[in-house]
Design a protein. Structure first.
Length: 422
């Protein structure tokens, strides 16, 4: 299968080429030329999540250098549980926080790292990964790429806008991982990464690639858990679920639309955002206007210019069609806090601030309907927000506790991308 740029000015490439490049030469994002059909995928006959991932992803890697490695890559990347938990009645939660850094980003980051390490070995060359993070991405990428051969990683995060435990996960690696604390917003970090890519001299000299959700290697594996959860839910309840997804840079949501396009039994996809209202305001006005990001309690979603909207516009080029497919609601900080407290009081279930936005949308707009809230991070990563609301300590999972005990280091810089290479 070939992949093309959303901007249509770059040649089509294979999956592994798109993964290694990150951003297309014309500045666009790579998308499949066409989508395979899942057909009669017999999920009940598949013995494990890695096996399902292989079945779903194999069509994208036909005639690709990584084709023979794909099964091993899936075993390498997806070595942790993916539980679909029923809270009550038809209300389910897809827990995506059981990987090494307790966030959904582990799925894409580990798959990407496994692909890149193998490709670099085949090509006998080295690579420098640039990744901007609003919270969870950088930690997942750092964990996934730590000690991988032939790869250096530069992680950029906004000063004062990530939680203490998130920052620890960004800065505790050393070796081939360098963390940069940027005196600016996530949007500034993201712009620095794009500016570095567009500087052809820097890009060639350092062999740059990306591990953000702009990289195809992040989105393809994320589509798998929507295939997985939608089939499990349909088997359990006899109904197609509505997915409610906490959304920032829209990569996770875009992966759900790709799963839908392939034929997954999904009724509808709904986005919950925080006070960064770019998408709800677009759906109201019909005019897509990015804006500076606003700092909130759900900090991994503090994105005013979501990159992956470019992929959704490519998938649904007619604005009216996109608006008919997309629903989004904004949830403010006070409501996030109230929802965490309310759900714990009722069900004893602890939400992170991001997942709380989705649970609020479920309760306010989809009560009684078949729904899956996508839980993107473990609440222990946000103990300073969560614990005062529920009145008890959040147990730290072992995967996260291991990282919190490591020493950390970072370099403080401004917003000039050239500081990354001094």
């Amino acid at each position: 299968m070939k992949f093309v740029s959303t901007r249509g000015k770059a040649p089509a490439v294979s999956a592994s080429q798109a993964i290694m490049q990150g951003l297309a030469p014309d500045g666009g994002l790579y998308v499949p030329e066409s989508f395979p059909s899942l057909g009669n995928l017999a999920i009940h006959e598949i013995s494990s999540y890695p096996e399902l991932a292989f079945e779903v992803l194999a069509p994208f890697f036909e005639d690709d250098p990584l084709k023979e490695d794909l099964a091993e890559i899936c075993m390498d990347a997806f070595n942790f549980p993916v539980p679909l938990v029923t809270l009550k009645d038809q209300d389910a939660v897809l827990e995506l926080f059981h990987g090494p850094t307790a966030a959904f980003k582990d799925f894409g980051a580990r798959f990407l790292a496994a692909c890149m390490e193998r490709m670099l070995a085949k090509e006998q060359r080295k690579l420098t990964i640039l990744v901007a993070t609003s919270g969870d991405t950088g930690g997942a990428v750092a964990a996934a790429f730590a000690n991988r051969k032939g790869i250096e990683v530069k992680v950029l995060y906004p000063k004062g806008r990530v939680s203490g435990r998130q920052q620890q996960q960004l800065t505790c690696w050393g070796a081939n991982i360098q963390a940069y604390e940027v005196d600016g917003s996530f949007d500034d970090c993201q712009k620095m990464v794009k500016d570095a890519f567009m500087d052809q001299t820097v890009s060639r000299q350092w062999g740059l690639s990306s591990a953000n959700s702009i990289n195809l290697g992040r989105l393809l594996p994320q589509s798998v858990y929507y295939v997985f959860a939608s089939h499990l839910y349909t088997q359990a309840f006899g109904k197609r679920p509505i997915f409610i997804i906490p959304s920032g840079n829209v990569g996770n949501s875009c992966a759900a639309f790709w799963a839908l396009t392939m034929g997954s039994p999904i009724e509808r996809i709904v986005l919950s955002v925080n006070e960064n209202k770019t998408i709800p305001e677009f759906l109201t006005s019909g005019i897509y206007q990015t804006r500076p990001s606003v700092q909130t309690l759900a900090n991994a979603m503090d994105v005013g210019a979501p990159s992956n909207m470019e992929r959704l516009f490519n998938l649904y080029p007619d604005v009216d069609t996109l608006k008919s497919m997309l629903t989004a609601y904004s949830v403010d900080d006070r409501t996030i806090q109230a929802t965490i407290k309310e759900v714990y009081g009722e069900l004893g279930y602890i939400l992170c601030p991001h997942t709380a936005t989705a649970e609020r949308v479920r309760r306010d707009h989809f009560a009684g309907q078949p729904t899956i809230v996508v839980s993107t991070a473990h609440p222990a990563k946000f103990e300073q927000v969560v614990e005062p609301l529920i009145g008890t300590a959040v147990e730290v999972p072992q995967n996260l506790a291991t990282l919190l005990d490591k020493p950390s280091s970072f370099k403080a810089i401004g917003t000039d991308y050239k500081d990354l290479f001094n």
